[in-house]
Design a protein around this ligand. Structure first.
Ligand code: SAM
Length: 245
């Protein structure tokens, strides 16, 4: 998609991805701001995994933070580089590839990782493996900044009763959606993936199991960040800051 067409499909809150992996948000949320503030204070490399068109990457570059911009779709990274100003460009290191299998970092090598609205596309085993890999890559004291859609996400509101019923029945991963029947009809064209929605407590459990200490975990109210149809009751997204102690 050209930049011109992309502009036409952009709404105030969302820009659709090129690869039907949902949208990039156009506003930086509290987890993004916390990442930017922390990244300014660490000397080890920092990365945005699944950066899409790089709204956080470009802000990091404006603050003169060297940042690795990753996405599995190289077209997204090309657009980041097209959007970057001459002043921003030297701070951005594009790294195309699918996390984690196409990325290689030494253990204890990254100072901070931002991974927003990516892991809700990961089936259970991949989610757990991703958490363990991130823990391994971070330096001691390094931090993970993460957001994922929760089971209380407006776009999938038809799924909430299914999720709650599964939870009552002790389903180990009650938020896994393999078909699109519970997805908002108007948004189906922009997503083609397994979706795995974790609540706050489920997210905490997986991260703690991988070794992380949870510094902050909360439901994020997406008013002002998401369009109205994606809102539910203020629990749309789980936001986390976790530390490798
Ligand atoms: C829903 S968008 C989120 C973009 C941005 N992080 C945000 O919060 O607005 C998901 C992005 O992650 C990328 N992505 C999905 N799975 C990925 C993976 N395994 N490795 C790297 N990028 C991935 C997609 O290509 C897409 O650009």
């Amino acid at each position: 998609m050209t930049l011109h067409l992309l502009k036409q499909r952009k709404c105030d809150y969302y820009e659709p991805t090129q690869n039907q992996m949902g949208y990039m948000t156009t506003h930086i949320d509290p987890i993004g701001h916390a990442f930017l503030n922390f990244a300014q204070s660490v000397t080890a490399p920092v990365i945005d995994i699944g950066a899409a068109y790089g709204h956080v990457v470009l802000e990091a570059a404006s603050r003169q933070i060297d940042i690795i911009a990753n996405d599995l779709d190289p077209r997204h990274l090309d657009i980041i580089l097209q959007r970057a100003t001459e002043q921003q460009l030297p701070y951005i290191m594009p790294l195309p590839g699918r996390f984690p299998e196409q990325m290689q970092f030494q253990p204890n090598s990254l100072g901070a990782v931002l991974i927003c609205r990516v892991l809700h596309f990961f089936p259970p085993n991949d989610w757990m493996n991703a958490a363990r890999t991130l823990f391994q890559w971070l330096i001691p004291g390094g931090k993970l900044f993460m957001t994922n859609e929760s089971p209380y996400f407006g776009t999938m509101r038809k799924f909430i009763p299914v999720y709650l019923e599964r939870k009552r029945n002790g389903h180990p991963w009650p938020g896994v959606m393999t078909g699109m029947e519970h997805f908002d009809d108007a948004r189906k064209k922009d997503v083609s993936s397994v979706i795995n929605l974790l609540s706050l407590s489920e997210t905490r459990a997986v991260l703690e199991d991988a070794g992380f200490h949870i510094e902050r975990i909360e439901y994020l109210d997406r008013k002002g960040i998401y369009p109205d149809d994606a809102l539910y009751d203020g629990r749309e997204t789980v936001g986390v800051i976790a530390v490798k102690t």
